[in-house]
Write a protein that binds this ligand. Sequence first.
Ligand code: LIP
Length: 265
Amino acid sequence: MTAERELTELAASIAVQAGELARTRRAEGVQIAATKSVLADIVTDADREVELRIRELLAEARPTDGFLGEESGAERGTSGVTWVVDPIDGTVNYAYGIPAYAVSIAAVEGEPEPLEWTALSAAVFNPAVDELFTATRSAGAWCGDQQLQVNAEPSSAGLLVATGFGYDPAVHAAQFAMLARVMPIARDIRRIGAASLDLAYVAAGRLDAYFERGLWPWDHAAGALLVSEAGGKVGGAGGVAASRELTVAAAPAVFERLLQLIVSD
Ligand code: LIP
């Protein structure tokens, strides 16, 4: 088994264990622990507990790796591998009881910066529907044992496009304007509320495209590898990688047209 495949196996195993803990806590009732950047940007006790568990399991298995997590911050390692973790992506869905949230775990090599790292392995697990998405660099993307492929030939009816909006209401007008520019080539939109699932669904052909500004590294690290390993293109303007500035994901034939509309303000 290759080193990357071993990382994927580890990510998948931990994502499932962490997801089961998140599902258990959801059933027991979710407590909002705090708000972060703005009132709508919440963190639950479960977010913090699940990330701590993921961190413990990763440290047991690979003590010299680095870590970058949404709730507990960053710690540099010495192995050259960093784990980029969102313990519960789709936190608001989770708090409201909407079954669209996921544990997102990616292993990257190089600087733990989205514009510099190389993603090696990814696992995105939605415990509410028991769906595990995985990807290994140069070895494909999977949902369970089903290999994934983006929708290379979207319908002539237009694109099924997902997007998201920041927690800060001050950015909503600009984000809605971006969506308005895309609508002429869309059949409809979806707002799932978890970037890792948006990206997993593009990889699975359940969406034709996804775009969002303002994502954190842990929101897109794993999902971006799912898309690229499913034959899709993922990144931002000017050929850069997905980042906080912009994340766009689609089949290669769709990507450039979509990007032109998004950035044409
Ligand atoms: C969420 C993203 C989603 C975005 C939300 C939020 P969180 O991450 O997955 O795509 O629209 O504003 O950033 O906060 O649930 O980990």
